[in-house]
Structure formats: C-alpha cells, structure tokens
Design a protein around this ligand. Structure first.
Ligand SMILES: *[C@@H]1O[C@H](CO)[C@@H](O)[C@H](O)[C@H]1NC(C)=O
Ligand SMILES: *[C@@H]1O[C@H](CO)[C@@H](O)[C@H](O)[C@H]1NC(C)=O
Ligand SMILES: *[C@@H]1O[C@H](CO)[C@@H](O)[C@H](O)[C@H]1NC(C)=O
Ligand SMILES: *[C@@H]1O[C@H](CO)[C@@H](O)[C@H](O)[C@H]1NC(C)=O
Ligand SMILES: *[C@@H]1O[C@H](CO)[C@@H](O)[C@H](O)[C@H]1NC(C)=O
Length: 397
C-alpha cells in the first residue's frame, strides 16, 4: 500500500510540474504575439564586406573569386564589379598587352622589367604549340616524366635520356619522358637554335614546345600549358613527375614507391620537398622577390619546383581549378595555390632532396638508392649515378 501511495504522489507531482510549464509557455507565446509582426533586422551586415585589396594580384584573385561565385553568377558577364576599380582588361583578347596595369599597380614604373613583362601578360594563358608529340602516350604510361628545360640545354636533355629519363619499359612499367620548352630565340639576343632543336625533336620525338618567351616568371605559363597538354595528349597517365633538367631522379625508387601505394592514397598523391610557412621575399636582390604592390599574404604549403610527383587523377583536377587561380610569377607557389583551392596540401617526402645531400655522401652509390630526387646534378653526374644504381651487383645495407 505504501508503495502505491508514494507512486501516486510522484505522478501527481509530475503532472503539477507539467501544468506549470504549460502555463508558463502559453503566457510567453501570447506575449510574443503582439511583437510577432516586427521584423528583427540587424543594424549592421553580419558578413564582412569584401574590400578590394591594395595588392594587384590579390585584387585580381578576389574579382575572379567573385565571378566564379555560384551565388553571384549574374555578374559573370559584366566586365567590372560595382564599386571596384576597373582592373580587368576589357579587350576580348587577353593575350594583348594590358597597358592599363601601369596605372593599376602603385609603383609600376619603378618595378624591375621582369615584373612589368609579367603584369602586362598576366591574363594570357594560352599560346600556340610549336612542337607536339600527339601519339606519345598511346601506351597509357604508368609514369610520365615531364622535364622543364630550355632550348640551349641539349646536354642536360641528352644525359636525362641516357639515364633516369630512359623511356620505355622500366621495372615492368611504361615510362614516357617529355621535355617542356618555350621559345628562347625570340628577342633577348639569344642565338637562333631552332634548326638544331628541330633535328633533336625529329630524332628523339620527346620535345613539346610552345610559342611564348621562356623566362623564369613565365614558368607558370609552362605549368598551365602543360596541364592543358596532359588533358588532351596524355589523360591516361597514372602518375606524373614534373621537374627541372638539373636534377637526378631515381626512377627505380619512384616506380617502387608508386607500386606500393594504396588506391585512395594514389588518387590524391602529391609529394615532394614541401615548404610551409613561407611568404614572398621583400628584398629586391633575391630572385624570388615580389613587391607588396603586387602580392600580400603568406604562401600556401608548396612543393619546391625542382621536382614533385602526383597522380594523373589530380592532374585533371588541377587543370580545372587552375582556371580559377590568377597566374603568379613563381610556378611552384602557383601549384601550391591550386592545391589549396582543391582543399589539398602537398605531402613532404624525405626522398626529395631539392637542397642536395651532404658532401661526404656525394660519391656514395648507396646514398642515392633510397632517394627519389637530388638537386643539383650535372649531366655527367646523372650518367654516373644512374650507372651505379643500374648495376645489378650493387648491394647496400
Ligand atoms: C548576360 O549574358 C546573357 C546571355 O549570355 C544575356 O542574355 C544577358 O543580357 C547578359 N547580361 C548583361 C547584364 O549583359
Ligand atoms: C568601369 O567600366 C565600365 C564599362 O567599361 C563603366 O561602365 C564603369 O563606369 C567603369 N567604372 C568605373 C568605376 O570607372
Ligand atoms: C609484369 O607485368 C605483367 C602485367 O601486368 C605481369 O603479368 C607480370 O607478372 C609482371 N612481371 C614482373 C616481373 O613483375
Ligand atoms: C611571357 O611570354 C609572353 C609571350 O611570349 C611575353 O610577351 C611576356 O613578356 C613573357 N613574360 C615574362 C615575364 O617574361
Ligand atoms: C573538369 O571540368 C569539367 C567541365 O566543367 C568537368 O566535366 C570535369 O568533370 C571536371 N574534371 C574534374 C576532374 O574535376
């Protein structure tokens, strides 16, 4: 009996509490009714107003982002943004020099020539192809080795062909090697090497050349042209190595590494010698100097341009996203910017030695066995190291 009474008490108490809450809520909601029609409008916008950056590149990128913003598509066919400087070129041909930059970049007139050249043609990213190898990827290479070279570097290219860039079947995988060139004969007082280059190209069929001035600040042009090229000529490549013509690449080690990758890891692969927490150099004497009138902010993590390795799958995504990133005068930083836009970051691998190895290991064959890339190496060194590594009797602990 006592138990029943206690339960009854409990039930009654709970009901009383419920009733109390009900009254409280209904009183409140009836009080709200009178205020219901008043809209609550925040006195200030609750998002940050996007203000034009004082730096030219950042501002161009902001405008590109606005134009690619799916919510703001209605603006996509206007040539300017209300309230923003009229920075963009109105000409329908972006490959005409954009002379208006001289008024849009604060200290344009005092900038070194290479910046003026870059700024004038920053909007142009398509140049005619002069030499192509349309069928070079017909066998769907497992690994495409793409080497950034300059026309006069005949000996480096030949050393690469005779060593780490030996195309064909290696370790049971198809390897294709190409050399990426711009034009160095136009202007700049360079000797005309076009006939020798023509011979080299017909002899080896591994030269890709575009009609633009092959300068340091135009390496990003080489990058976007190469991303286009992969999609049209080599979309089946499983993996791509892109690097300079003064590096030694241990192709055996790279193939071994790639074969051991899991499927998901292989899809998003981007490895190299990764630089983090870097920003533009502000010292005019440094090769990588970039003025504040042009770029402000930090660089995203990026893999040093000496050489990095990525998947063909990622190359397709980089190709797409690169159209949403303004050209930047430093090519490896630019690729880092594209990766960042894809929500990815390059991965550091200790096998990539873009800053070299200790002097005492230089002539030690075994020191190279576990590495993927060493920078810098002369043509003679490339052939020597390759001979060491290709010797079946080489045994290392
Ligand atoms: C934008 O382009 C569309 C179709 O291309 C056209 O119908 C529309 O009038 C354009 N709007 C403006 C503001 O130019
Ligand atoms: C920018 O250019 C457009 C078209 O060329 C023009 O209508 C507009 O007034 C210009 N805006 C400014 C701020 O100069
Ligand atoms: C080479 O590849 C083929 C086809 O993928 C395979 O059947 C063969 O076993 C491989 N040989 C070696 C030595 O790995
Ligand atoms: C890049 O190439 C274009 C086309 O040849 C040229 O007009 C421009 O000056 C070059 N830019 C630099 C920075 O050399
Ligand atoms: C690249 O963009 C094209 C056109 O928008 C799209 O069809 C394709 O799926 C995209 N590719 C990748 C890998 O994102």
């Amino acid at each position: 009996m006592a138990v029943v009474r206690v339960r009854l008490k409990l039930v009654v108490t709970v009901m009383m509490i419920n009733l109390f809450i009900f009254i409280l809520i209904s009183r409140n909601s009836s009080r709200d009714k009178s205020e219901e029609l008043k809209l609550k409008i925040p006195s200030k916008p609750f998002w940050n107003n996007l203000t034009p950056s004082p730096a030219f590149w950042n501002r161009q990128q902001q405008m590109l982002d606005l134009r690619n913003n799916p919510i703001l598509v209605f603006r996509s066919n206007t040539t300017y943004l209300p309230g923003w400087p009229n920075d963009t070129i109105s000409s329908s041909d972006p490959c005409q020099a954009n002379i208006r930059v001289s008024t849009q970049v604060k200290d344009y007139n005092s900038l070194p020539e290479r910046f003026k050249d870059f700024l004038l043609y920053m909007h142009c990213r398509s140049y005619p192809i002069l030499v192509d190898q349309p069928g070079i990827c017909k066998d769907q290479p497992f690994l495409l080795l793409a080497v950034k070279s300059l026309a006069p570097h005949f000996d480096r290219r030949q050393a690469i062909r005779q060593s780490w860039g030996r195309a064909g079947v290696m370790a049971n995988q198809t390897v294709v090697t190409i050399f990426l060139l711009g034009d160095t004969t136009a202007g700049d007082h360079h000797p005309d090497l076009s006939e020798i280059l023509e011979y080299e190209s017909s002899r080896h069929k591994d030269i890709i050349q575009w009609d633009y001035r092959d300068s340091f600040f135009n390496l990003t042009v080489k990058e976007v042209l190469f991303l286009d090229w992969i999609q049209t000529r080599c979309p089946g490549a499983r993996f791509i190595f892109k690097g300079d013509d003064d590096v030694f690449v241990n192709t055996y080690r790279i193939l071994d590494f790639l074969k051991g990758l899991s499927k998901p890891k292989a899809m998003d692969l981007f490895v190299g010698d990764v630089i983090t927490n870097a920003g533009p150099h502000r010292d005019k004497k440094v090769k990588y100097f970039v003025p504040e009138s042009m770029f402000i902010g930090q660089y995203p993590p990026y893999a040093g341009g000496g050489g990095y390795l990525y998947s063909g799958d990622l190359a397709a995504r980089l190709h797409n996203v690169s159209q949403h990133v303004m050209l930047y005068p430093i090519d490896d930083v630019y690729t880092g910017m594209c990766l960042r836009k894809l929500g990815l970051a390059p991965e550091k691998h200790k096998g990539f030695r873009t800053f070299g190895i200790e002097e005492k290991y230089r002539s030690n064959a075994c020191a190279y066995k576990s590495l993927m890339l060493v920078h810098p190496r002369t043509p003679q060194e490339m052939i020597q190291i390759w001979d060491w590594l290709s010797n079946p009797s080489l045994s290392c602990q």
